[in-house]
Design a protein around this ligand. Structure first.
Ligand code: SAH
Length: 365
């Protein structure tokens, strides 16, 4: 039994069942035993391998293309100096390191950029410092500097806690985590009448059957709201990449990964990565409510192709003979519909005065 499971079983026997969101927050972020606080989550399957591979860890091309996207946007928005480039949940720092290397072709960009990281894990902050020593770290977005800001986030929102509610004849019952001897188990909490934020209520499907599950993530909404307000006040844009729903949807998307496979999310809190699908219509709705413009949601594969994935792959193959097959495999993983290409979506939102964001135009979709 993991130390955190023991602790949670004790707490439940004292205080009763805990809401799923509290369980998820503890399993990922408990200061001593939380998943992101102690494990090295990302990496190839194998001996010391992590639990899952994120796009920047699959290939340098992912960060390079986003670096070119950022450099182009910065030029077209009037080259603000200085400007803030903020990343949410930077993991090992790989994405930002690749972005900065690619953007180095524009010396003025390199001179103007201030890199800010929003990261709660001390272990991951240390890893990020190795790759991006000049970064400035924050616990939340509230302390980002007052200047034009480009925000990026890859697989950040899926790691924030969600609370599930199950539709009942008399309202919505929260999904709780309870104890059955030495096991953590799901249980239904007492039904409540109104539980969702206005933003989520506006993005729910029209009709839902009894027993339908809705996932409510107040922290996701709060972070998106702060990001949107910051951009509305100081100018800029955000590029948010994650896997999730493209249309209003309900259903259970809570899942756990360990060693590159799915596992029971209640079996080993602290040792498995817990995630949920991101509700993109909701993120776009929050941005638009704050006065930003949202580009039509793009699938990751199409977005990367629009940014020149195939061209970059050809260049790399010429530069590194012998790596052709690897590079082709990397392209396939990032962009093929049966790999990350369709499940992962790209949301671009921007201040109303910003130029059109590249990669999202309907003719490029
Ligand atoms: N973007 C990286 C890592 C994704 S994993 C990549 O693509 O490889 C999620 C990241 O978000 C980790 O760095 C984790 O420590 C961080 N994180 C999780 N919850 C957070 C929170 N509430 N505030 C800030 N960072 C958080």
């Amino acid at each position: 039994m993991t130390p955190l499971k023991k602790l949670l079983l004790e707490e439940i026997s004292e205080n009763g069942p805990m809401p799923l969101a509290d369980y998820m927050a503890r399993a990922l972020g408990d200061p001593t035993h939380g998943y992101y606080m102690q494990r090295r989550p990302f990496g190839q399957a194998g001996e010391d391998g992590g639990d899952f591979m994120t796009a920047p860890e699959v290939s340098q091309m992912f960060g390079e293309l986003i670096g070119a996207w950022l450099a182009d946007l910065w030029l077209r928005m009037g080259q603000p100096k200085p400007f803030c480039l903020a990343e949410l949940g930077p993991g090992r720092g790989t994405l930002m390191a690749d972005i900065l290397r690619a953007a180095d072709v524009l010396p003025d960009f390199a001179a103007a950029v201030q890199v800010h990281f929003v990261e709660t894990s001390a272990a991951l902050r240390a890893a990020q410092k190795q790759l991006v020593p000049q970064a400035i770290w924050h616990d939340t977005l509230d302390t980002l500097p007052a200047m034009p800001t480009l925000i990026i986030g890859n697989e950040f929102f899926d790691a924030l806690p969600i609370q599930q509610y199950k539709k009942q004849p008399d309202g919505w019952s929260p999904v709780m985590v309870s104890a059955d001897n030495d096991n953590l188990v799901f249980a239904d909490g007492k039904s409540q009448a109104a539980v969702f934020s206005d933003a989520l209520a506006a993005c729910l499907p029209d009709a839902m059957a009894h027993g339908a599950i809705v996932e409510y993530a107040p922290m996701v909404e709060a972070v998106m709201h702060t990001a949107a307000q910051h951009i509305a006040t100081h100018g800029g844009a955000a590029l948010l990449i994650d896997y999730g729903h493209a249309a209003p949807a309900c259903g259970d998307s809570f899942q756990a990964m360990r060693g590159h496979g799915f596992v029971d999310p209640l079996a080993e809190p602290g040792l498995a990565d817990l995630t949920a699908h991101v509700n993109f219509p909701l993120l776009a709705h929050i941005a638009e409510t704050a006065g930003l413009t949202a580009a039509p949601l793009a699938e990751q594969g199409r977005f990367l192709e629009a940014l020149g994935l195939s061209l970059r792959a050809q260049q790399l193959m010429q530069l590194s003979p012998g790596r052709e097959v690897d590079i082709q495999t990397e392209c396939h993983r990032l962009a093929a519909p049966q790999e990350m290409g369709s499940l992962f979506k790209v949301l671009g939102v921007a201040h109303k005065d910003m130029p059109v964001l590249a990669g999202f135009l309907p003719e490029e979709m």
